[in-house]
Unconditional design. Structure first.
Length: 170
């Protein structure tokens, strides 16, 4: 997925936030693993981003854990495919899910993330958080736990989170 080609949720395009968000996401990218093909944005944790993630969690719009996220995305993909087949309805290929993951995973973990991002492109955008799983776990759960991957699963949560990335970058 090329960051310059991403179509963000409409509400970000309406107020022209998408231009600033795209620039911020493109400022720092890395390959997920040495043999990888995808570059992902690296995001520093900031107070605005922490607030956005807590808000999304309280609204029930954050999903934790690789298997739960993978299952949810697969089910949604089947649903989208069924709707397209039955109604021949247009489907705007926009980012509607945001995958955030810690910086302390094993190579195998990042290979699986890369596969997930490729399978569910363009509606899934992935970003590497510049924090470890313990810090992400505490942020998401409020307890001492390790969480290495989360997904914002609603376009409003995605939009709020991406705006917070910019606010924390400035």
């Amino acid at each position: 997925m090329n960051l310059s080609d991403i179509r963000f949720p409409r509400q970000l395009e309406v107020d022209d936030s998408d231009v600033t968000i795209r620039r911020t996401l493109m400022a720092r990218t890395v390959k997920l693993w040495p043999g990888g093909v995808l570059n992902v944005s690296v995001i520093a944790m900031s107070e605005p981003l922490e607030k956005a993630l807590r808000k999304a969690r309280l609204q029930g719009r954050i999903l934790c854990g690789f298997e739960a996220i993978s299952d949810k995305l697969d089910n949604e993909k089947r649903g989208i495919t069924n709707v397209r087949e039955r109604k021949d309805a247009p489907y705007g290929d926009r980012v509607s899910r945001l995958l955030l993951f810690s910086n302390d995973g094993a190579e195998r973990f990042y290979r699986h993330i890369e596969q997930l991002l490729q399978m569910h492109a363009p509606r899934l955008l992935g970003c590497l958080l510049d924090i470890n799983g313990d810090a992400l776990g505490h942020l998401i759960t409020g307890k001492d736990s390790k969480v290495k991957i989360v997904m914002a699963e609603h376009k409003e949560a995605v939009s709020d989170t991406l705006r917070a990335v910019v606010a924390g970058h400035e």
